[in-house]
Design a protein around this ligand. Structure first.
Ligand code: ASP
Ligand code: MG
Length: 430
């Protein structure tokens, strides 16, 4: 029996009862002969509450102090969890990210892990302890300041530790039974996926699926660490995310191997906005000037569409999408460079939503795009932008249409399950 890393999200440890329930699960794994490292998030909505509190004190808190504040949430849950485990007669030690050897760059609020040196965790395990690590945090290599990895970063902590400790598996415990073919909060008939390849999971995460963070899947793929996403509220087998499907990953011995599905799932995202630059001269260098301005403002964009120019004017429009939170910054930056770039006006629209169909089988199934558009048309949904990758098609629609569109596409591709198995055990999805 090898080493397992288990990560428990905020909704799994929302209160004292939750902490005790999780402690029992952890002890079970230990009794089964595993060395167990646990990564834990802050209890319930603690992180949101701490953010609200900071905003009441200061409109623009310093990054360093903000990180110091937020990491307190995970310190509370790690200590309580260690206490609960000891109460069950097993030895446990809790560690901050810094103590666990999570070394990051010094970009506060969204630091990147650059090294993991888990010496103290190894020692704790060798001495027979269960090691509990505070998720979502580290220490900067140069200044030795406390950093956080960005919202939802505990998943990344877990995978990074799993890689550094050469774990057998990284188990991510959450409030649903695994990765579903669509968000079970929107599609009641969403189906649990038994196994999904890293590639498809990366596209789902990039397209708005919240069950796993993109950065965490990227990390797992780089170090080839299998992830098992499952619920801490049920005993069900969850979803395996790995490069190749292995026999123990839900498939019973002797069963016919299941082929990779053509479509893995439907993801949606309502966190983006659309900017349209109106009246751009149709000549070389214009797109370069617009997107240089945007990247200088350190804004990541998603889709881009340029229209044909009107013959009479030689002017065209360029639209792109970006996180709503960056909207103001983008408009200000473009406005400031209006003379240099040369355009008539800007339009900003934050009432949009994105729906994406993801599946490796798309590469070899030519009808997928047409079927996707047909399903949207039948549901009366108008398409505003389209973008594709080898294994994904995404469209932008009105935000109000998104839920309906996701359900229509899910049904059209035969993804609906016969039973309502998609249970959401807890959490607000926030
Ligand atoms: N507590 C942090 C958050 O809510 C980190 C995490 O949950 O992964 O974003
Ligand atoms: Mg959380």
């Amino acid at each position: 029996m090898g080493l397992v890393v288990q990560k428990y999200g905020g909704s799994s440890v929302a209160d004292a009862e939750g902490i005790k329930r999780v402690a029992k699960r952890i002890v079970e794994a230990k009794k089964n002969g595993h060395q167990v490292v646990v990564v834990v998030s802050a209890m319930g909505d603690t992180t949101d509450e701490l953010i609200d509190l900071a905003e009441q004190v200061s409109p623009m808190p310093s990054g360093r102090e903000f990180d110091m504040l937020l990491t307190a949430g995970e310190r509370i849950s790690m200590a309580l969890l260690a206490m609960a485990i000891k109460n069950l007669g097993h030895s446990a030690q809790s560690f901050t990210g810094s103590q666990a050897g999570v070394i990051t760059d010094s970009v506060h609020n969204k630091a990147r892990i650059i090294d993991v040196t888990p010496g103290r965790i190894r020692t704790a395990l060798d001495e027979g302890n269960i090691a509990i690590v505070a998720g979502f945090q580290g220490v900067s290599q140069d200044k030795k300041d406390i950093t956080t990895l960005g919202r939802g970063g505990s998943d990344t902590t877990a995978v990074a530790l799993a890689a550094a400790l050469d774990a057998e598996v990284c188990e991510i415990y959450t409030d649903v039974d695994g990765v579903f073919t669509a968000d079970p909060r929107v599609v009641k008939k969403a189906r649990k996926i038994d196994w999904i390849a890293f590639e498809d999971m990366l596209e789902l995460a990039a397209s708005g699926s919240k069950v796993l963070l993109h950065r965490c899947v990227e990390y797992a793929r780089r170090y080839d660490i299998p992830i098992h996403v499952r619920s801490s509220f049920s005993g069900h087998e969850g979803t395996w995310v790995s490069s190749e499907r292995l026999v123990h990953q839900t498939q019973q011995q002797g069963e016919k191997p299941v082929e990779q599905a053509i479509i893995s799932g439907v993801a949606h995202d309502t966190s983006e906005a659309k900017v349209t630059v109106v009246g751009v001269p149709d000549k070389p260098g214009e797109a370069a000037a617009i997107f240089r301005t945007i990247s200088d403002a350190e804004i990541n964009i998603d889709m881009i569409v340029q229209n044909v120019s009107a013959a009479a004017t030689g002017l065209t429009d360029i639209s792109f999408t970006l996180p709503k939170a960056e909207g103001r910054k983008a408009i200000d930056a473009l406005e400031k460079n209006r003379a240099g770039i040369g355009f008539d006006s800007l339009r900003y629209d934050d009432q949009i939503g994105k729906i994406s169909l993801v599946g490796a089988g798309m590469k070899t199934n030519p009808g997928v795009t047409a079927d996707f558009f047909k399903a949207l048309a039948d549901a009366g949904v108008n398409i505003e932008l389209i973008s594709t990758s080898e294994i994904r098609i995404s469209v932008v629609t009105r935000a109000d249409d998104v839920n309906e569109a996701v359900r229509a596409v899910h049904t059209a591709f035969g993804l609906d399950s016969d039973s309502d198995e998609a249970v959401v055990y807890g959490g607000t999805g926030r």
